[in-house]
Design a protein around this ligand. Structure first.
Ligand SMILES: *Cc1c(COP(=O)(O)O)cnc(C)c1O
Length: 434
């Protein structure tokens, strides 16, 4: 097995694993992406269909992205991360609602959101490497609600790690989300509430990390979904879902993904790049619909003066989707200069316009060829979807999942199973459900 090389979305910064794990972000403002995509051949896909467990699939998806040393411990770390105690005996169940309509239940971990899936494994990988290197790490996280608690849960009590979480004072976090975060009393866990919204928190983390001398001096590390390891840990469940539903190595499925920072939808795209037959990636947003408007028009517009609208799905109240840069990079054939230019245009705080438009450029048409479609969902439609799913299928959807359910149903292709990603358990948002 070859070892994948990584590069920055803005060009250069070549490195291998575990550098991407420990650095989190490339030195030049960009994000790490693999230079080449490991591919599943038809034969490999037949083997995936026969795989017996989630962890087996996880190993096959992740190993090609890792160095030899990490690969040797991966099985052991997967066992620790996805233990029965944390995830129960069935890891990532797939619930059938009707023929060709499924729920991918990735939110059965300790904090009831899919963030546990990647963060639990990331914590094991970091723990392992810090011990090997005799290093320590101060993790800094921006959260709109779920990443913070999942990170605290994954990293608390680890000798070589402290966690500082920046959460927004403005917004719609549920009381369960707040309790899971602010209720933790641990000397290596710090919560800081920022006057502002999630984008403000994320911008602070980025600014701190961009000051490389400061970040190095204080051993700062990133575990937001811009950390590559989180992406591939999430790619696993898309491949897993495909492998459970596919009748043959070439049968396609479609996914509907509740989207905010675009980590999950991008992880699904990674599965497509690895040659898993994914016919459609439905990007579902709430009323903060920057992504939806982009996929429809080619114009990405997240100007700052405009307020974020608090919604029933607070973890998706995001305008500047950080992983979106990775998709742009792919669409522009890894042209680091073009990506840098687009991202600069977005930077309203540095005096730029705060939007870009690629509707007339060929990279935009590639997105549709890859199967991206999008839609947005109002709060009342979210409530309607929760009602409908309950009446028709007897399931209670969390508000984020309901967004993807609503949008996904409008994009169904006959003959292709649609898998709606259930990103949180409804119990985390009891007020809305009530
Ligand atoms: C984080 C989160 C999302 C958004 O996922 P992204 O990867 O940021 O697009 C959606 N739903 C829930 C419940 C979340 O916690």
């Amino acid at each position: 097995m070859d070892t994948v090389l990584y590069e920055s979305t803005r060009g250069g910064c070549e490195c291998t694993y575990p550098d991407t794990l420990l650095k989190g972000i490339a030195g030049n403002g960009g994000l790490f992406v693999p230079k080449t995509w490991p591919k599943f051949s038809e034969h490999d896909r037949a083997k995936l269909i026969k795989a017996r467990s989630y962890k087996q699939v996880a190993y096959r998806v992740m190993a090609p992205y890792l160095d030899k040393k990490t690969r040797r411990v991966l099985k052991r770390l997967l066992d620790k991360a996805y233990s029965k105690k944390k995830f129960g005996s069935r890891i990532v169940p797939i619930k059938k609602l009707e023929d060709e309509l499924y729920l991918l239940q990735v939110s059965e971990g300790p904090t009831w959101a899919f963030k546990d899936m990647a963060l639990q494994l990331l914590a094991e990988l970091l723990d392992y490497w810090l011990e090997e290197l005799g290093e320590y790490l101060n993790i800094i996280v921006a959260t709109s609600g779920d990443t913070g608690s999942a990170a605290i849960e994954a990293f608390r009590g680890r000798k070589r790690i402290t966690v500082t979480v920046l959460s927004p004072a403005q917004g719609n976090m549920s009381s369960a989300q707040k309790k899971q975060m602010y209720g933790v009393n641990d000397k290596r866990v710090h919560n800081i509430i920022i006057e502002g919204d999630f984008d403000d928190c994320q911008a602070l983390v980025k600014a701190i990390m961009d000051d490389k001398a400061f970040a190095d001096a204080h051993h700062l590390g990133l575990v937001n979904s811009i950390n590559w390891t989180r992406i591939i840990a999430q790619t696993v469940y898309f491949v897993w879902a495909w492998s459970r539903l596919a009748k043959s190595p070439n049968s396609p499925v479609a996914f509907s993904v509740p989207s905010g920072n675009f980590g999950d939808a991008y992880a699904c795209f990674v599965a497509l790049m690895m040659d898993i037959p994914i016919a459609r990636i439905v990007v579902a947003t709430n009323k903060n619909d920057v992504l939806d408007r982009f996929f429809k028009t080619g114009r990405y517009d997240a100007r700052h003066g405009e307020m974020m609208t608090p919604t029933h799905s607070p973890s998706m109240d995001i305008k500047l989707a950080s992983n979106f840069e990775r998709l742009l990079s792919e669409a522009f054939g890894r042209d680091g200069i073009a990506v840098n230019m687009l991202m600069m245009k977005m930077d309203a705080k540095k005096g730029w316009q705060g939007w870009f438009d690629i509707s007339r450029e060929s990279p935009f048409s590639r997105l549709a060829e890859w199967g991206f479609v999008s839609g947005s969902c109002s709060d009342s439609a979210t409530r309607g979807a929760i009602h409908m799913a309950y009446e028709r299928y007897g399931v209670v959807l969390d508000p984020h999942t309901a967004v993807a359910f609503h949008v996904g149903l409008s994009k169904v292709v006959r003959g292709i199973p649609l898998v709606v990603v259930e990103t949180a358990r409804w119990e985390k948002f009891p007020d809305t459900i009530e």
